[in-house]
Design a protein around this ligand. Sequence first.
Ligand code: BG6
Length: 510
Amino acid sequence: MAQDSRQTVEIHPSRIKQRMPPCALVIFGGAGDLSHRKLLPALYNLSIDNELPEHVAVVGFSMEDLNDDSYRQFARSGIEQFSRRPLDESQWSRFAPLLHFVRGDFTDASTYNALRTRLAEIDQQAGTHENRVFYFAIPPSFIDTCSNGLKASGMIQPADVERAPFTRVVVEKPIGSDLASAREINARLARYFDESQIFRIDHYLGKETVENLLVLRFANSVFEPLWSSHFVDHVQITVAEQEGVGTRAAYYDHAGALRDMVQSHLLQVLCMIAMEAPRTTAADAVRDSKLDVLRSLKPLEGDEIGRFVVRGQYAEGVVAGEKVNAYRSEEHVAPDSTIETFVALRCFVENWRWAGVPFYLRTGKRMPKRASEIAIYFKSVPRILYNNPPRPPLEPNVLVLRIQPDEGLALNIISKLPGAEVRLAPVKVDFHYTTASPEAYETLLRDVILGDQTLFMRRDTIEAAWQFVQNILDAWAEAPSEPPLYPAGSWGPIESALMIAADGRAWRNP
Ligand code: BG6
């Protein structure tokens, strides 16, 4: 099944470009990996789609020895390698002049004055009207220094003055490594910026299919009446990666899967599935509803953590036909590391809608395939008629919402096999989104420029997510243990299957 283009309804106004205010986007760490792989290719694709403002400049800001020309070369190579659309010379010649570079040391006050002077020139040439987006593609330890430099050089405009140029700041994860450090980062940011100026990124929220969860739920009448403990038996959320830790071990070997994935992406997806209908589609209404979910999560306490949270670490194995190393043999990983590369857990959203419905969350590196999906298991039909004993119970209906890579949804239903005899079999109604989705960073960068905070993490939301995870971190710190190993290329340690089996259920492997 595919999308019916005749039925396309424009939810977002189509003339986005005309609504986009002029602005200069300054990327701190502009010559780093994130810029190369994600930000610059995303901006290039926005330019192709006419979703950048008429008057815009992109300024890379970092200590590398680059100038405008060499920065454009840097961007070009990022686009050639990582853009979802291949580099097209005519598109490139439209995009390249938007790029500039300012060299500077973040710890040196004079750097910020040089940046301010250059931005004033750019305002003149490009008509960017002193509107600024400062994108912090830098380690969290630099947030204070950079914010302070901006403040001292007068580059942060107040948020509450009407018609004044705007200042926005974009902050990447990790926002903290626990509740206390997240609070501290948020408090530091609040010293310089108003909450309405802060855009905290969780790139999962920029994924088309994650955003679409709300449309699916609240623009259709067939799902919502079933969306509660009356009809749902349980929910599984899986984010599986084939990749190992790659080049990010310096960060990951202190973070692990619980901090890296569960605290952020998985809990955000859980919010989209479990939240109540927001009052409106306004940013704060949506974020209020999500916050309610996080605040309704039943804290895991005492021995529940041992029983309902499973860790794992990949040992050597075979992924996609290739032999791969154990986590402990990866570059920059401690040879005796006890960091988890896999987590599975069971939690409950304790509110009127979801009371008693378990949510099983699972994420890991070096799984058999890359797949992120949500599976809603509906309750079984009564054991009468087609489901009567001694027949084995019919399989329940399962709605699978695929986030990536094959975006779409599928519903498993029971059907009759053709023929005189009544023989039943499960069949799958499968829907694939056929249009090419933009990358998450395209959506998020566009929304920052538009000033729409819906898909960004509010301070209270991020702290509520840490609050839930903190009990688990504390329990692990109090009783350190080796995570069970799982062979790379498997669905995690046996303990994960046993945890869900103890409830009489099984993981659905994508
Ligand atoms: C990042 C994590 O936030 O998300 C990485 O830090 C992870 O460890 C990545 O690999 C997964 O993102 P995606 O978009 O590839 O599913």
